[in-house]
Design a protein around this ligand. Structure first.
Ligand SMILES: [Mg+2]
Length: 254
């Protein structure tokens, strides 16, 4: 397997499972760091701030800089800064999205706005949906962090941001533009911010429809690891194949 400069790792199912670290992934990250390579962490989870992810990883013995943690919220804030500077923004979301917008000094309003951005919000209510729908009907740009329909919890699968986004899409007849995987915005952000060439980047993950397709959409090499949602046999049936298959990340060290 090639040597890369930017190892972009998915988090849940690749580096950890919920609050449990995946040993082989932690060792792989340490191995890269010993060689002087700081990996990137690329997650659709919009709810947490870079600082919160950093603290979560630190508990698993993974020490990293906040600017190497890229969530769909970071991608959304960058997209808004780049394409809609100075526009009013109505946000539905939690601290991860809030913090990402604040870090770019993006002004938010509680009223009908020119840009609507949605991320998971476990305090969502009718009024928030109403303002989002009124804005979109009035012509606002409609962005959403990620299209995940559901996410796992101790209680079972709970509704994800994709399900809430669907409500606004259904009511207004307007489709959202998603910032998370499988769209390549997070990888484009890393490429631009750190100045990598595509051949220097690799996307590593457990989920074909998000991780592997993100890398393929970006035009970079991809690695499927058999530690999470999709089994290797399943992924081998797909038309567009990842560059490499690994049982676990420990295989890469040897
Ligand atoms: Mg995953």
């Amino acid at each position: 397997m090639s040597n890369y400069k930017a190892y972009c790792l998915d988090l849940d199912g690749t580096v950890y499972k919920g609050n449990t670290p995946i040993k082989e992934a932690v060792e792989f990250i340490h191995y890269l760091q010993v060689k002087g390579v700081e990996p990137f962490f690329v997650t659709n989870n919009s709810s947490m701030t870079q600082k919160q992810f950093q603290q979560k990883l630190a508990k698993m013995d993974i020490n990293t800089e906040t600017d190497h943690i890229v969530s769909s919220s970071i991608a959304a804030a960058n997209y808004i800064e780049e394409h809609f500077p100075g526009k009013s923004v109505f946000m539905i979301g939690e601290s991860g999205l809030q913090d990402a917008l604040d870090s770019k000094q993006i002004m938010r309003t509680q009223d009908v706005a020119e840009v609507v951005v949605m991320g998971i919000d476990r305090q969502i209510n009718y009024e928030k949906f109403a303002i989002a729908c009124l804005s979109v009907r009035a012509g606002a740009t409609f962005l959403s962090t990620n299209s995940d329909h559901a996410f796992p919890s101790e209680r079972g699968f709970l509704p994800g941001n994709g399900a809430f986004t669907k409500l606004v899409e259904y009511s207004t007849g307007v489709d959202a533009l998603f910032m998370g995987k499988p769209q390549p915005f997070m990888l484009e952000y890393i490429q631009k911010q750190f100045g990598y060439k595509k051949e220097e980047m690799v996307m590593i993950g457990d989920n074909y429809l998000t991780d592997v397709l993100t890398g393929i959409n970006m035009g970079i090499h991809t690695v499927h690891v058999n530690s999470g949602v999709n089994r290797t046999e399943e992924v081998r049936q797909k038309v567009a194949q990842p560059t490499y298959f690994l049982e676990s990340l420990s295989e890469w060290i040897i």
